[in-house]
Design a protein around this ligand. Structure first.
Ligand code: ACO
Length: 379
């Protein structure tokens, strides 16, 4: 058999892996729906808690349903003392490594870890959504030599996250901004980390294992890691007037401009505009318009690439918001992971519901039928 006899789909580009009811993406039009609802409506009119309900249960909640889910999330924010110790031991690592290790360790404390029934997976997904926030913030404090801030039971998911991160309650605008950011990151089809989570779930491994796989996959700069790289790039550029020369230098060297391009979108990522507008407003409010000006200048410099379908993606403006909120760059990917827990949970649920082991083939191109050479005869 030769490569002529098989169809190689490198990177699984344009391959439909399965059916889903989670999200719909039209890459040509730049359209994203969660469970049928347009991301623009959800970003403007909804809350993260409502979107969690929508994704996990399939419809917008009534007020009592939302109240119940909110109460569950609030009651699930504590993490075992041992997890704080694990964070302490691993605090020198990248926060994504700490998060991956701590979430993995949480499996040892979860009473339902081996239960893959839909009800248990939903409960675990909600617990992980809350506990992940506490882990990320505890890591941020511990590595600075500060006491972790205990979760609040009175704040929303997003306000509580900023409270645990910075030690003071955010104002309503900041809490809303964080909320929109989590909404926009909650689910996105067969992206690399969700696919990786599905592969793990397809072996009937548990949700914690699948989420740990997702966290590991999200870290790379071609996926969630791009948000961190975008702000490093903005710092290197330093001045909006330098953006054009920077882009030319990178592109002439066949490099990539982080936060641009997408496997599926050929139009602008519909999530990006919400973050851009909000980053601009926050920068103006804080008297720090520099970051958005540099990023806008880079968008302008990349204008010739729009015809090739290379536009900004969700990661491009997210980092500037976190930066303005005083959150360090290496926390950007963990924040993405936190927003994505509901999406990973839903995809794991879908995988279990109609499971088939995900196990593709690799086309072998190495030597064949070599004669085994004893050690003493090898040169
Ligand atoms: N800067 C410059 N050129 C780019 C960029 C970019 N950011 N993205 C794609 N291109 C070019 C490639 O060089 C390639 O050009 P060529 O055909 O002349 O060789 C062409 O566009 C197609 O690129 P591929 O890498 O083949 O497309 P693919 O679908 O495999 O890649 C990816 C998508 C990995 C996201 C890519 O656009 C990229 O590296 N972007 C930068 C990293 C980034 O922002 N990642 C976050 C993605 S969103 C998310 O995960 C949340």
């Amino acid at each position: 058999m030769s490569t002529r006899d098989v169809e190689l789909k490198r990177g699984l580009k344009d391959v439909y892996l399965d059916r889903t009811q989670a999200s719909f993406i039209d890459g040509g039009e730049g359209k994203l729906l969660y469970r049928g609802y347009n991301i623009h409506d959800l970003a403007e009119k909804s809350t993260f808690e409502e979107v969690v309900y929508l994704l996990l249960y399939g419809s917008l909640p009534t007020q009592p349903q939302l109240d119940e889910l909110d109460a569950t999330l609030r009651a699930s924010r504590a993490i075992p003392e041992e997890i704080y110790q694990i964070i302490e031991i691993t605090k020198a690592g990248h926060p994504m490594d700490v998060l991956r290790t701590a979430v993995s360790a949480l499996a040892s404390f979860d009473p339902e870890v081996e239960d893959n029934s839909p009800e248990a997976v939903l409960r675990k997904g909600l617990r992980l959504t809350s506990q992940t926030a506490t882990i990320i913030c505890a890591n941020h404090r511990i590595r600075q030599g500060k006491q972790p801030v205990a979760p609040s039971a009175t704040l929303s998911h997003s306000a509580n996250f900023l409270y645990m991160m910075r030690g003071e309650e955010p104002d309503d605008d900041e809490a809303k901004l964080m909320d929109v950011d989590f909404i926009l990151h909650a689910e996105h089809g067969a992206n690399a980390s969700a696919f990786a989570s599905r592969v793990t779930a397809s072996t009937l491994a548990d949700l914690h294992a699948a989420v740990v796989t997702g966290i590991g996959t999200l870290k790379g700069p071609l996926h969630g890691g791009a948000a961190e790289s975008v702000m490093a790039m903005a710092e290197e550029i330093g001045d909006p007037a330098e953006a054009k020369a920077y882009a030319k230098r990178v592109l002439d060297g066949h490099g990539r401009i982080m936060g641009f391009g997408h496997r599926v979108y050929r139009a602008e990522d519909p999530r990006a505009q919400h973050l851009r507008e909000r980053s601009k407003a926050l920068g103006e409010k804080l008297g720090q318009p520099k970051w958005i000006q540099i990023l806008d200048a880079l968008v302008e410099a990349m204008a010739p690439y729009r015809a090739k379908g290379i536009h900004v993606n969700v990661d491009f403006f997210a980092g500037s918001i976190y930066q303005l909120m005083g959150i360090p760059e290496d926390m950007f990917i963990p924040i993405f992971a936190l927003g994505r827990i509901p999406g990973w949970t839903l995809q794991v649920l879908e995988q279990y519901e109609n499971n088939i082991l995900i196990r593709p083939l690799l086309y072998y191109e190495g030597p064949m039928d070599l004669e085994y050479i004893p050690m003493e005869a090898r040169s």
